[in-house]
Write a protein that binds this ligand. Structure first.
Ligand SMILES: [Zn+2]
Length: 285
């Protein structure tokens, strides 16, 4: 990537450029890496892959970690825009299995079949609570991630994250919604586990009415390399809320120093997820 410019430098560049370019500079949005997109079966008819990509790009999303129930949705989006989509493999074949998937042994051959057919950067997002992380199916998933050098994208409480690290201390985990935990718990987890990152999808609570929830601004300022944004299109109606969700995300970014906003908006996802994906592709294709 080229030399990083801060906001005053960018504005200074815009001012000295010719008029048409300066207009582009002023209106150009911060590009976004979205770490939490789903394109699941019940949205395919209403929103085509091309339309879905158009909506993501219109919101300023230039790269996205995409998973779906079933995985076919991820393939559809990937084919529509392989520059934007970074595939992630979800252990769900249809909606409604978030509480039961960890008891379904047939998931392992399904994951194996997909992993042998396509390139992914992560397994997830999947849901876990506490000791469910020790169930045989989940243990197999953690082993598969390790074997294929994939990250795990986990929607869970603290206990499940700890149990995953007990099984595989070298696991690289993206913690969905930062576990919906408070700042003091998240800081403890990040300090304890150097290969743990968190997405801020659905964390309206941490920044509302132009104010951070206590502890959160300090957390983002002291751990700027550990957070990513995410729309989380978990249900069809979420595809209609992309712009409003992005408006909230951009208001949060504006409340942070520019270099930290850039890290959370794009650079962390690009470094941790996209670079890993490209490395895996180079090694295996
Ligand atoms: Zn999700």
């Amino acid at each position: 990537m080229s030399r990083r410019l801060n906001r005053p430098q960018i504005l200074a560049m815009c001012i000295v450029l010719t008029m048409p370019t300066s207009v582009i500079c002023e209106t150009k949005q911060q590009p976004i890496f979205d770490a939490h997109i789903h394109y699941s079966h019940d949205v395919w008819d209403a929103i085509t892959p091309q339309d879905a990509i158009r909506r993501l790009r219109a919101a300023g999303i230039v790269r996205a970690l995409v998973s779906s129930s079933s995985d076919e949705g991820t393939r559809k989006l990937y084919q529509a825009d392989p520059e934007l989509v970074i595939p992630e493999l979800r252990p769900y074949r249809k909606r409604g299995t978030t509480d039961s998937w960890m008891h379904d042994k047939s998931i392992i051959p399904y994951l194996n079949q997909r992993l042998n057919s396509f390139r992914y950067v992560a397994i997830g997002e999947f849901h876990l609570q506490g000791e469910q992380a020790n169930l045989p199916v989940v243990r197999e998933v953690i082993k598969l991630a390790s074997k294929h050098q994939l990250m795990l994208h986990v929607h869970s409480d603290v206990e499940a994250i700890e149990l995953i690290y007990e099984q595989d201390p070298s696991a690289h985990i993206l913690w969905a919604h930062a576990g919906f935990e408070d700042a003091s718990t998240v800081v403890e987890m990040l300090d304890q586990h150097k290969n743990l990152w968190a997405d801020l999808s659905f964390r309206w609570d941490i920044y509302t009415n132009n104010r951070f929830l206590p502890g959160w601004k300090t957390l983002l300022l002291t751990h700027p390399d550990r957070f990513m944004l995410g729309i989380d299109t978990y249900a069809p109606q979420r595809w209609l809320q992309i712009q409003s969700t992005m408006n909230w995300q951009r208001s949060l970014l504006k409340a942070l120093p520019v270099h930290i906003a850039q890290a959370i908006a794009f650079e962390n996802g690009n470094r941790v997820i996209y670079d890993r994906y490209m490395k895996l592709k180079r090694e295996r294709d």
